[in-house]
Write a protein that binds this ligand. Structure first.
Ligand SMILES: Nc1ncnc2c1ncn2[C@@H]1O[C@H](COP(=O)(O)OP(=O)(O)OP(=O)(O)O)[C@@H](O)[C@H]1O
Length: 226
């Protein structure tokens, strides 16, 4: 069997605060398999964002291992970690974080150029991805000229631009009105399912969680099924 796209082994993460050390993750374990979509539903402040940042190689664990397709990210140089993240992991945030001075298409092109894809190929892929999300005629708009739902669709297209094995999302539709959130979420799930990507999606919305394959929560710094 191939390695899980993402695995966490005994992952610990603690923050130093004025009140002392705050242990947020205390031995978290997770196997995220290709094609499965896992909901992360946990009360505010229990460590969802911390978990996603550590799983996404944006923060290093204080102990334990984060394995991407079986490869331990622990011993890598900063550059090698960045390259591994860029080539294998897509991130969608609650707020789109698109670059305001670039068009929608350029926002989807840029991560591909960073991954050394030739510009023409990157542009073709960006147009194809944007079309998937119903944005074929919005590619030349800057983010401020797009609706909230359109901005978030572009952010999803950007996350998928380098063909990630893993998609991590932190309240990806949390900033949208209910109807738009519902549609964008359905499109996100369809895009992830269609590509066989392993996804971990944090949400406070039980209805959205119910549309995923399984749900996990955080309890005392551990990932547990619900
Ligand atoms: N850089 C940091 N320094 C100190 N403490 C932090 C830092 N980042 C997060 N924390 C603390 O760690 C705990 C977990 O935070 P985290 O943002 O991961 O929770 P969360 O479950 O995502 O919350 P929410 O649902 O409200 O976004 C919180 O108590 C938070 O205050």
């Amino acid at each position: 069997m191939p390695d899980a796209p993402l695995a966490l082994r005994a992952v610990e993460r603690r923050y130093r605060t004025e009140a002392g050390e705050l242990p947020v993750l205390r031995g978290a374990e997770l196997d995220l398999f290709a094609g499965e979509i896992v909901a992360l539903v946990a009360p505010s402040g229990t460590g969802k964002s911390t978990l996603l940042h550590v799983a996404g190689l944006l923060e290093k664990p204080d102990a334990g291992r984060v394995l991407v397709e079986g490869r331990d990210s622990g011993g890598l140089s900063d550059d090698a970690r960045t390259a591994l993240r860029r080539d294998t992991i897509g991130f969608v945030y609650q707020f789109h974080h698109l670059l305001p001075e670039f068009t929608a298409e350029e926002n989807v092109v840029l991560p591909q150029l960073a991954a050394n894809r030739p510009r023409r190929e990157a542009e073709a892929r960006a147009r194809e991805l944007l079309a998937t999300f119903g944005l074929a005629d919005r590619g030349h708009h800057r983010p401020t000229r797009l609706s909230g739902g359109e901005q978030q669709r572009v952010a999803i297209a950007r996350a998928l631009a380098n063909g990630p094995k893993v998609l991590l999302a932190d309240e990806p539709t949390g900033n949208l009105d209910v109807g738009t959130a519902d549609r964008v979420f359905a499109e996100l799930l369809e895009a992830v399912r269609g590509r066989g990507v392993a996804a971990l999606i944090a949400t406070h919305n039980p209805e959205l969680a119910a549309r995923m394959d399984r749900t996990v929560t955080l309890r005392d710094g551990l990932i547990v099924p619900t």
